[in-house]
Design a protein around this ligand. Structure first.
Ligand code: FES
Length: 160
């Protein structure tokens, strides 16, 4: 159909439609569509979410459920880099609390917050499936394993 959805760009729609073209049904590309919009905008607003849902012929609530379940879709504006610190049980036992404090010190923000220069957003995440390498965190796309004070100093060196 040639229905106009003003809150998605032509480029976003083209990318989403390319995914749909080799999917069994539209809603099957839900996560890809969310990722596509996020790659253009940095995050997925309520308005974008509704537009994607409409395009995929699913309800916004259903799509929001998927977005919430998938850790790497951001429903709030985020900084250039997102730090996801695992707070599930193994990482928690292996020193989550200390690492959380150290990261907060380096960044000057708490969990759920973005630095004033918009360089980093610091978020908790549930088990990343790397428990044998606990404690772990993601910085952007990169998994950091067995994190300790030295790693943190290196990662945030430019901010010292
Ligand atoms: Fe942290 Fe599994 S508990 S990766």
């Amino acid at each position: 159909s040639s229905q106009i959805i003003p809150s998605l760009s032509a480029a976003e729609l083209a990318d989403i439609d390319a995914e749909i073209s080799h999917a069994p049904y539209k809603a099957a590309v839900a996560i890809d569509a969310l990722k596509i919009v996020q790659s253009y905008r940095g995050w997925v607003s309520d308005e974008s979410l509704k537009a994607i849902a409409q395009h995929l012929e699913m309800s916004p609530a259903e799509l929001d459920g998927i977005a919430t379940f998938y850790n790497l879709i951001f429903r709030q504006p985020v900084g250039e880099q997102v730090i996801l610190l695992c707070n599930s049980v193994t990482c928690w036992i292996k020193g989550y609390e200390q690492i959380r404090e150290q990261i907060s010190q380096h960044l000057g923000v708490g969990l759920g917050e973005t630095t004033t220069d918009k360089a980093y957003t610091f978020l908790p995440v549930t088990c990343l499936g790397a428990c044998d390498k606990a404690p772990v965190m993601m910085v952007g796309d990169e998994l950091h394993e067995h994190i300790d004070r030295n790693d943190l100093t290196q990662i945030f060196r430019s901010r010292e």
